[in-house]
Design a protein around this ligand. Sequence first.
Ligand code: ZN
Ligand code: ZN
Length: 250
Amino acid sequence: MRKSVIQRAARLAIDYVVGDVCVLCQLPITPHQWRDPLTLNGHMCPYCRTVVALNPNSCQHCALPLPNGQRICGRCITAPLVDMALAPVLHQHCGAYLVHQLKFSRGEREALALASFLLTAVHQHYPDTNALPDLLIPVPIAPWTQLRRGYNPSDWLADTLHKQLNVTVANDLLTRRGGPSQRTLTRQQRLRLAKNTFALKRKVAPRALDFQHVAIIDDVLTTGATVAVLARTLRRAGAVRVDVWCATRA
Ligand SMILES: [Zn+2]
Ligand SMILES: [Zn+2]
């Protein structure tokens, strides 16, 4: 905690002295380059913006990168993960670095940088504001992880998206059962572990999401096991359409 306070103070001091700096190359950027995260770069200089590996042609249901011209992956033909999946950045090099900073170094600027890619993707895939989801649902983290880390990275992404899109964030609906870190597990192991991972909070009505269109918000989409289980929980609570917006795709 102390280290993070020192890091934030150091960044504020750098901001004060040299202005904003790029989250990737650390060079100063002028205010007009990042003031509007919707059209520009959210704490990222124009050059670094071009070197981030993107995921422009991906499965519409699980965001798996696909060859040009293909719209749905083999698995989603029979069992689509969700109704629509966006993951605009590949989880490698710069994209993986940004997510790592967001998750483990209180990367508020990195959250904004990643959200700016998501915003671009949202504007490309939703024709107008009427087509946007009714609710954004950040993937909850286990209570112990939340306590240790002090924040949920998905909340930060959702907050930025909420400010730009004016879609409500619902981060008080679900609980997540604690368990071992999933980072080293296979898809099968994750699926076995994840079955009862999420539940509606006791105070929430069983059909609280009746007829709602919701979007799950997360930092990285890896095997899809977490999203699959969460989507099932949301549909049981009445959601009629579940999308997923993840910053990066592993
Ligand atoms: Zn840069
Ligand atoms: Zn797919």
